[in-house]
Design a protein around this ligand. Structure first.
Ligand code: ADP
Length: 348
């Protein structure tokens, strides 16, 4: 069996709120709870959910910008936690990140050329000519003129700055790019250009993406599979086609129902979700969505629903729509065969 490019197993992150000795015993923010998924080479997995559900924390854990409280991240089968530099540095080259705000993530004192060649120069000495050639090549890859290598970030538009961020991520020839709300701060027309650029790069270079977004139309445009998060946990993971055509989790249903519809003549059934997202410091017992769920039953108030594989290949955590006694007709095919989240007893 081919090892996935990225495997995430039971990833958990709790941020302690206290300081000193209270750090260990005080309250914690349960930002990410028991998240598992995998990404194949050349694939785009989107992560969606309301603000505060833990999407960016997952991105930071994948990049090892923050250390997990529990769980593992494997790059091509290798656990990144056990790696010592320089092995870790070599492994890190395979995964790069593009941030939401290109301006604050680019050094304003460096020119575009210096910004995009800097990651390579951390690994190897480049001659002036090599640096120039690399910068020109990368700028062309992201649709910018080579002369722009002499400009500073403040002399570029928002879209150009995001292209520059992408060029910098490409400089180390990564196998996976984590894009955290990479188009959210851009105008709609510029958003479309950047999304098309990412799709072109994926076709040409076979790069995989973990694409974090809150805009479902963006996800539908770019994703192969989508994971829906609610209060730190994945509640549904399916191929984009399956999820948008037929959402199963009541929260996914509500998210899709609440998304703007470009066609005003299309009639859509509204699924009301009442109330606020609960606090991750003191999440509700049982299913975290139960206080807002129109389908909640007694079991939802007591037991956390496990992720259960469905016959169409998706996984869903819902006592009502995907009870853990569900019988599989076929092993999960295109979309969930690599998911490890469901405990074995929950699958059957
Ligand atoms: P999202 O990206 O979905 O908006 P985040 O991953 O940024 O969500 O945050 C998830 C939760 O973790 C939020 O409640 C947020 O306030 C909390 N959080 C994020 N970073 C920290 C931190 N460094 N310390 C404490 N809490 C944090």
């Amino acid at each position: 069996m081919r090892v996935p490019l990225l495997t995430v197993e039971n990833l958990t992150k709790h941020y302690p709120l206290g300081t000193g000795f209270l750090k260990k015993t005080g309250p914690v923010v349960r930002a990410v709870e028991d998240v598992s998924f995998s990404v194949a080479a050349g694939e785009t997995l989107c992560i969606v959910g309301e603000s505060g559900c833990g999407k960016s924390t997952v991105a930071r854990l994948l990049m090892r910008i923050v250390e997990p409280t529990g769980g593992r991240v494997l790059i091509e089968g290798t656990d990144i936690a056990g790696l010592k530099t320089p092995t870790l540095r070599a492994c890190r080259r395979r995964v790069q990140m593009v941030f939401q705000d290109p301006y604050s993530s680019l050094n304003p004192r460096l020119t575009a050329g210096q910004i995009i060649t800097e990651p390579v120069e951390n690994f190897a000495r480049l001659s002036r000519k090599q640096r120039h050639g690399l910068a020109a090549d990368l700028l062309q890859k992201v649709g910018m003129r080579p002369e722009m290598m002499h400009r500073f970030p403040s002399e570029l538009s928002g879209g150009q700055r995001q292209r520059l961020g992408i060029a910098r991520a490409l400089s180390l020839e990564p196998a996976l790019i984590i894009a955290d709300e990479a188009v959210s701060a851009l105008d709609v027309s510029v958003q479309a250009q950047i999304l098309n650029l990412l799709l072109d790069l994926q076709r040409q270079m076979g790069i995989a993406f973990v694409f974090i977004a809150h805009d479902l139309s963006v996800v539908q445009h770019i994703g192969h599979r989508v994971a829906v998060m609610y209060l730190g946990r994945i509640v549904e993971l399916a191929s984009c086609e399956t999820l948008f055509a037929n959402p199963v989790h009541p929260y996914t249903e509500a998210l899709i129902a609440a998304a703007p519809v470009p066609d005003p003549t299309r009639i859509r059934s509204e699924v009301p979700v009442e109330g606020e997202v609960p606090s991750p410091i003191n999440p509700p017992l049982g299913c975290a969505f139960h206080p807002r769920c129109p389908l909640a039953v007694e079991r939802c108030r007591i037991e956390v629903p496990p992720l259960v594989s469905m016959a169409d290949g998706r996984v869903v955590a819902c006592h009502v729509r995907a009870p853990a006694t569900v019988v599989l007709t076929e092993p999960a095919a295109n979309c969930c065969s690599t998911i490890h989240a469901a405990p074995p007893q929950a699958l059957f």
